[in-house]
Design a protein around this ligand. Structure first.
Ligand code: PEP
Length: 261
């Protein structure tokens, strides 16, 4: 087997779920259950208030933390916002451009680009979500949509900083619906994203990880990880169950594709 140059990443997006007690319990179960898997990077993305207590409890474990969002602003009179600077001491990653933020909270491509910028300024690695709506897919516009999202969000990046980026290809119609994309379709889009990144940033962009997200489960995860252009998963619903989530992590650790695309 040939080792992968890109370490797989499995990130659990808890969204606005869990009480404080549930969050502590879930993190502890995941820490215990995933402890034997070292080849895969495991990240938990809990709600904001749980980040600091989880950072304390997960100290010394390989599990790292990320945030689900950050403000596009540095600091100031922005009631209710949480800045990249505030989460940076506790988190390695921050999701930007999740379709729920784009759709429900009106985040434009410009706002997403500003978040990429501010995240990088504070040493956070953005997990940039891109993906098409069902009607865009049916109209044959998938790659046009993704090209626009990538072009806008990557505007603040240079060849030096692009390595910090993680892309999550998340077809919007697959998120939370139980209807995952076909692994081959996700592979084709991810390989297209890779070509776009390499054209934009040069060979250094081969280091950028591309995840698939959208109704990933313990059952379907191995088929996604068997695709060479897919470097991991952004997991929503299944990340709220330690057994399911760790089964996905184990699936990511088992598959070796050899050739990277
Ligand atoms: C997500 O929220 O990014 C996601 C992929 O959710 P789910 O796994 O529940 O579809």
């Amino acid at each position: 087997m040939i080792g992968r140059a890109r370490r797989r990443l499995v990130a659990g997006n808890w969204k606005m779920h869990t009480t404080y007690a549930e969050a502590l319990e879930l993190a502890e179960q995941i820490r215990r259950t995933c402890s034997e898997v070292t080849e895969v990077e495991v990240a938990l993305l809990p709600p904001f208030p749980w980040i600091v207590p989880l950072a304390e409890r997960l100290q010394g474990s390989a599990i790292i933390l990320g945030a689900q969002n950050c403000s596009a602003y540095e600091q100031g009179a922005y009631t209710g916002e949480v800045s990249a600077c505030m989460i940076a001491p506790f988190c390695r990653y921050v999701i930007v451009g999740h379709s729920e933020r784009r759709r429900l909270f009106g985040e434009t491509d410009d706002v997403v680009a500003a978040k990429v910028s501010v995240a990088l300024r504070h040493g956070l690695r953005p997990i940039l979500c891109v993906g098409e709506l069902l009607e865009e897919r049916e109209a044959g516009a998938t790659l046009d949509v993704i090209e626009r999202q990538l072009r806008m969000a990557c505007a603040p990046l240079s060849a030096d900083t692009c390595r910090e980026l993680v892309i999550a290809y998340e077809p919007v119609w697959a998120i939370g619906t139980g209807r995952a994309a076909l692994p081959l379709d996700a592979q084709l889009v991810s390989a297209w994203i890779r070509r776009w990144l390499v054209e934009r940033f040069g060979a250094v962009a081969t280091d950028i990880r591309i995840l698939y997200g959208g109704s990933v489960t313990a059952q379907n995860a191995p088929a996604f990880f068997a695709e060479p252009a897919i470097d991991g998963a952004l997991v929503g619903g299944a990340s709220l169950n330690a057994e399911q989530f760790c089964a996905i992590v184990r699936a990511a650790s088992r598959v070796e594709t050899g050739s990277l695309q």
